[in-house]
Design a binder for this molecule. Structure first.
Ligand code: ZN
Ligand code: ZN
Length: 348
């Protein structure tokens, strides 16, 4: 098969690769659509801890595929069925796995991270993934490229659920208008937020944020987010704040612009060589602010996200800027690097 294979930092090769072999308990998917994620760019540049020196592996974890072969002991799945794949599985028996948070499992595995993933014509789905419900049935009526965005959407859903969801009375601030920020805007809107304000450094991204439903976009090169939030809220501050950018200042500002009783999600991590920041602890204390962090998504989050998308109430195709065939996988990665584009999808 044709596959995009990681051979080392900045060395991705589009090459012929042996078809995956499946055991009695595995499923083989023909990949229909696969999204390129920021995580894949980190892998590409050699910055992912699960891709140590010497790793040769196929990345790709945002996947829609059709079943083309089944192990003899697999039950309840048939050839020809279409699935969106939740990429993570856990050990299955620790406290985190048992409470539905397999993304927190100390011994997690993931397609495209610890196993070969979706930037290929075929992908093996291993037994533990199937046992934990990682194959989520998808109607053929749903656009597969849009459905490949269910995994990043599930991460966004997890981030907002950590805030107790978004409420109709909330004034919401999303920091960062990249693809993840856009998904945060769309989901906050869907839950009925009274006002959504988005801040971003890159001018090109501000229009995309407005198109996705932001009521007000703040160009940080020209405006102060704090001033805009105070003006929009009559001096009260923001009720829900999502920091979807790897920014120390963003995290610090979130505390300052929070309303009394506000909720904050640190959705983006900070650079690993500078993970600390200075937060106004008294503001958290006296304003009774809830500060949360989330990372990745569980299988349960992916099921919820898939149900919302299947309902037709959230059109994830809005977050895709371009699609490429497998033969242009390298160009697709170059495009994904361009910070003015949203999500790039490969259709192997
Ligand atoms: Zn991703
Ligand atoms: Zn576990």
């Amino acid at each position: 098969m044709k596959a995009l294979v990681y051979h080392g930092p900045n060395d991705l090769r589009l090459q012929d690769h042996p078809d995956p072999q499946i055991s009695d308990e595995d499923v083989l998917l023909k990949v229909v659509s696969a999204g390129i994620c920021g995580t894949d760019l980190r892998i590409y540049h050699g910055g992912h801890r699960k891709y140590p020196a010497g790793t040769i592996r196929i990345p790709g974890h945002e996947v829609v595929g059709d079943v083309v072969a089944l192990g003899s002991s697999v039950r309840g799945i048939s050839v020809g069925q279409r699935f969106v794949v939740a990429p993570n599985w856990g050990c299955g028996h620790c406290r985190q796995c048992i409470t539905g948070n397999n993304n927190r499992c100390a011994n997690y595995g993931a397609l495209g991270i610890t196993e070969d993933g979706a930037f290929a014509e075929y992908m093996r789905v291993p037994a533990p993934a199937i046992a934990q419900g990682d194959l989520i049935p998808l109607s053929p009526d749903v656009d597969p490229a849009a459905a490949a965005m269910i995994e990043p959407f599930a991460c966004v859903l997890r981030g907002q659920e950590a805030l107790g969801g978004i409420r109709p009375e909330d004034l919401v601030v999303v920091m960062g208008a990249g693809p993840i920020g856009i998904l945060h805007i769309m989901f906050a809107r869907l839950q009925g937020a009274r006002r959504v304000i988005v801040s971003e450094m890159l001018g090109a991204r501000l229009d995309q944020a407005a198109e996705a439903g932001a009521d007000r976009v703040v160009n940080l090169e020209r405006e102060s987010l704090a001033e805009v939030v105070m003006e929009e809220s009559g001096g009260q501050g923001a009720d829900a704040i999502i920091v979807a950018a790897p920014s120390h200042k963003g995290q610090e500002d979130a505390i300052q612009i929070s309303a009394i009783g506000g909720r904050i999600n640190f959705f983006g991590g900070l650079p690993k060589d500078r993970p600390t920041t200075v937060l106004d602890s008294n503001a958290i204390h006296y304003k009774e602010i809830l500060v949360t962090g989330t990372t990745a998504c569980s299988t349960a989050d992916c099921w919820k996200a898939a149900q919302i998308v299947a309902s037709g109430r959230l059109d994830l195709s809005q977050v895709i800027s371009e699609q490429f065939p497998m033969s242009q996988a390298i160009e697709a990665f170059d495009k994904a690097e361009d910070r003015s584009s949203l999500k790039i999808v490969l259709n192997p």
